[in-house]
Design a protein around this ligand. Structure first.
Ligand code: ZN
Length: 191
C-alpha cells in the first residue's frame, strides 16, 4: 500500500508550488522517493497544475532544472518557517526561473474567458517561482505549515492555523498507530 501512495502525485498542499515541493515523497525518511522520475511525469504534473499542453516537450535538462528549482523552493519555505535568512543560492535560482516567466494572455474559449497556459517547461517553472515568491514574501507566509511527522515534514497551506499533520491524513494516522503500539508494548512489559 505504502509504495503506491509514494508514487502518486497529490494535489492537497493548497497551492501548485506547494504541490510541486511535494513531488519528492518521504523527503526526510530513510528512503525518499522521486515522484518526478522521468520527463513524462514532469509533463503530466505541469499539465495538471499549470495547464501546459499534454504533449509538452520536456527535455532531460528541463527535468533536472525542475527538480533543482523544487529543492530551492523547499529551502526558501524552510527558511521562512524557521525564521532564518533565505539561502542565497535559492534566491538566485528563483530569479533565474523568473527570467522565463511570461504573463498569461486573456482569451475566449467556448464563449468563456480563459487565461493562456505557459508554452514551455521554463515558462511553467517561472510561473511556479512567481507564485512561491508571492506567498513567501507576503503576509500569507503566516498560513504556511509543516507536517509534524519527522519523516514527512510536508509543507502545506493552513488558513486555520490548527493542523499538525499534512492533509494526506496518512501522517496523523501513522503516528497514532505507532503511539498506540508503543503503549501496548509498554503495558505488556510492566504486566
Ligand atoms: Zn505529513
Amino acid at each position: 500500500m505504502g509504495n503506491d501512495l509514494r508514487r502518486e502525485f497529490n494535489w492537497i498542499a493548497g497551492r501548485p508550488w506547494l504541490n510541486f515541493v511535494g513531488t519528492r515523497a518521504d523527503r526526510f525518511g530513510d528512503d525518499p522517493f522521486e515522484r518526478l522520475w522521468d520527463t513524462d511525469r514532469l509533463a503530466e504534473w505541469l499539465h495538471h497544475e499549470t495547464g501546459t499542453a499534454r504533449d509538452l516537450t520536456v527535455s532531460e535538462s528541463d527535468l533536472e532544472h525542475a527538480r533543482e528549482l523544487r529543492e530551492h523552493l523547499r529551502a526558501l519555505a524552510d527558511a521562512a518557517l524557521d525564521e532564518v535568512p533565505p539561502p542565497r543560492a535559492a534566491v538566485t535560482a528563483v530569479n533565474r526561473a523568473l527570467e522565463a516567466y511570461a504573463p498569461p494572455r486573456a482569451l475566449v474559449k467556448d464563449g468563456k474567458l480563459r487565461r493562456s497556459a505557459p508554452d514551455s517547461v521554463r515558462a511553467a517553472l517561472g510561473s511556479l517561482a512567481l507564485e512561491a515568491l508571492h506567498m513567501l514574501a507576503a503576509e500569507e507566509i503566516a498560513q504556511l505549515q509543516r507536517c509534524a511527522a519527522p519523516d514527512c515534514r510536508g509543507i502545506f497551506l493552513d488558513p486555520t492555523g490548527r493542523r499538525r499533520w499534512c492533509p494526506t491524513g496518512r501522517c496523523g494516522v501513522k503516528l497514532r498507530v505507532r503511539a498506540h503500539r508503543e503503549r501496548a508494548r509498554a503495558s505488556e512489559t510492566t504486566d
